[in-house]
Structure formats: C-alpha cells, structure tokens
Design a protein around this ligand. Structure first.
Ligand SMILES: C[S@@+](CC[C@H](N)C(=O)[O-])C[C@H]1O[C@@H](n2cnc3c(N)ncnc32)[C@H](O)[C@@H]1O
Length: 353
C-alpha cells in the first residue's frame, strides 16, 4: 500500500484549493472586465454594491455576490462597518487600466475562450489532429491582443527597437517594415505611430483579425502608411524590407523554419529580423514558475494545436527558449542571432541574414 505523507497531502490540498478558487475567480475577473466593474471602481474610493451596480448598469444582487468573491480573493477591500468595497490603486493597474504595463484583463479574456473551446482540445488530444487558430472562440483574438498590447505599448518603441543594432535610426529616417502574424495589428499600429516616415505591411493568415487591424489603423490615423494583407508567413509578398517583425506568433506556425527562411529572403541585405516570443528559459526546469505555468497552459490549449493544424506541424510550443529559437533561425539561414532585450513576459531576439 502506498504510504501517504500527511503533511505533504495537506500542503498539496491547500495548493489545489487555492488553484480551484483561482480557476472559478478567473471567470469572475473576465466578467468584471466585460461589465466594466473594475474600471468603474478604479479611483472611485469605497462603493456599496448598489452604487457600483448603478454606475455600471448592472444588478445589485449579482454585483454584491461578485464583490464578495473579489473580497475573498483580496482583489478588493471590504469595509464591514459601512459595507463598502474598494479597489486599491495598485490593483486597478492590473485589472482596470488597459495600457498599464501590468494590465492582465486580456489574459482572462483569452483564458475564457480556452474554457469555451475545451471540447475541441479533448478531441485533439485523442486524435493528434491540430486545432487551427481560426477555429477558436473569437475572444481568443481580442484577448491575445489585449494580453500583449500593454507590453508593446510600454516597451516596443522605447526599449526593444532601440536595443536592435541601427534599426531605430532607419525607422526614424524612413524604412520599410513588415509585421508577420500581426493579428489585430496592435504592434503594427504602435510602430506606425512612432515612426511617421516609415511604411508598414501587416500580414496574417486570419482574415477577420486583419479587418480589426484595419480599423485600428484608421482609428490611429495611420492607414495611409499601413496596409494589411492576408498571407501566410512562408508566402507573404514583397522584398527589401529593412525590418521584419514576428510578435508572439512564430511558435503558432506549423513551419517556423520555413517562415523564417521566407523572412530572410524578404529582408534587405542589411535588414533585421526582430523575433518576439514569450519569455522562457532553455529547459523545463527554468520554466517551473507562474509565468511558465501560464504559457505552458496557453501552449497546450492554443499554440501547439495551432501549429499541429498546419503543414509540417512542428509544434514548437510557446516556451521554446532562446537556444531552441536560435536553432530555428540558424536552420533558416540567419547567421547572427542574439537576445537583444527581455521583460518578464517577452524575449526579444535580433537576427541578421
Ligand atoms: C498569438 S497571435 C499574435 C498576434 C499578434 N502578433 C500579437 O502579438 O498580438 C498569433 C497570430 O499568428 C497568426 N498565424 C499563425 N500561423 C500563421 C501562419 N502560418 N502565417 C501567418 N500567420 C499565422 C494567427 O492568425 C495569429 O494572428
């Protein structure tokens, strides 16, 4: 009979109960995000459930139960004397302010899409077939945009591009840039706003995402310098680009080596590839932490199935790490590859032909 270490059992039950609370509360974070509850609480001071319901056009009974869950999780602070609830400013930065570098609302929107799509995943585990990016609940597309947008807003033009060799000067003077797997065009539009003398082409194989990207470009008044075209990463048109970027998408592709090879051919002779991927170490041991756990989660539910649905089906995974990514780029013919920058969520590689 297996010996049970009582202390170990209790420790793990405690951990699993915490995760259970987080799993159901994650849905409630998404609900709060959708209904604008956090936004209404941000900076508002202590509010009763009735006041919050009035401000958000929702129903007090539901809002009260939601607030109780939030208070139990330490997301809001309850004042028992006045029966009010307050969102601390620091929590507002994580839950209410879209452009804050620590905003996480988008992650919960993407996670909600994963829960809703779980039947496809179970089938994929059994058959080994892939699940194409385009088959997902549409909240994946908007959730991923909102998940990465704060990083791009806060680091892309202030830290990542300046960390590349000679690229910022080219973009300021006027360069030709391609953003591959651009999704809803968040990174493309941010770069277009920052470098008014440069032109930008965003490519993605998912047409509906590009419709939203065109809307974002028009909203930012950069549409005359930004075009979006439906194209696969190993077949997009054009050559002579000064900079080609891939933001958090190479690992979603079936043939990352083929895509990188095509990128290399499309670059000017002195052009640069900027590859942004979820931050990870080189070994599983390096990634046994909350960020690794999250990205292995997305990798299992979305990224690996997306790759397996495409020709070649390499299934690189979202936690490949710098060594494996360098190997992919080297195999594609790049000769100089280095890590140029990193943040807790992102790894930025520079590669030259
Ligand atoms: C995780 S999303 C990232 C989107 C965007 N770059 C961002 O950071 O917000 C991955 C994107 O890669 C695109 N994609 C996946 N495989 C592709 C391929 N073979 N060719 C072009 N785009 C692809 C998907 O359609 C999706 O928009």
């Amino acid at each position: 009979m297996t010996h049970i270490d009582q202390e170990k059992l209790e420790r793990f039950v405690g951990q699993a109960v915490g995760d259970m609370a987080a799993a159901i509360s994650g849905l409630l974070v998404h609900v709060g995000d959708r209904l604008g509850l956090y936004q209404a609480m941000a900076g508002a001071g202590p509010l009763t459930a009735e006041e919050l319901a009035r401000r958000t056009g929702t129903t007090a009974r539901y809002v009260r139960e939601w607030l109780c869950n939030q208070a139990a999780g330490g997301y809001v602070v309850h004042d028992p004397e006045h029966d009010t609830f307050e969102l601390p400013a620091e929590h507002g930065a994580v839950l209410a302010h879209e452009d804050s570098p620590v905003f996480l609302g988008g992650a919960y929107e993407a996670i909600a899409s994963c829960y809703s799509d779980h039947a496809m995943l179970i089938e994929a585990f059994r058959t080994g077939s892939g699940v194409g990016w385009e088959r997902h609940d549409h909240r994946l597309f908007s959730g991923v945009r909102r998940l990465f947008h704060p990083s791009y807003t806060n680091f892309l033009t202030s830290a990542w591009i300046p960390a590349l060799d000679g690229v910022e000067a080219k973009l300021k003077a006027g360069a030709s840039v391609a953003d591959i797997g651009c999704g809803l065009g968040s990174s493309t539009v941010i770069m277009a706003e920052a470098y008014p003398h440069s032109t930008f082409a965003g490519f993605d194989y998912h047409g509906p995402s590009l419709e939203a990207a065109r809307g974002a470009a028009a909203e930012a008044s950069v549409q005359h310098r930004v075009r979006f075209e439906t194209a696969a990463a190993d077949a997009f048109p054009g050559t002579g680009f000064d900079l080609i970027c891939l933001f958090d998408c190479l690992h979603d592709m079936g043939d990352p080596v083929g895509a990188a090879r095509h990128v290399r051919q499309a670059l000017a002779h002195d052009g640069t590839l900027m590859l942004v991927e979820p931050n990870a170490g080189n070994t599983l041991q390096d990634n046994l932490n909350p960020v690794g756990r999250t990205f292995y989660g997305f990798s299992t539910t979305v990224c690996t199935p997306a790759s397996l649905a495409q020709p070649v089906g390499l299934g690189l995974g979202a936690q490949a790490g710098p060594s494996r990514l360098t190997q992919v780029l080297t195999e594609a013919g790049f000769s100089r590859v280095r890590v140029a920058a990193e943040t807790p969520f992102s790894l930025v590689l520079e590669a030259r032909p």
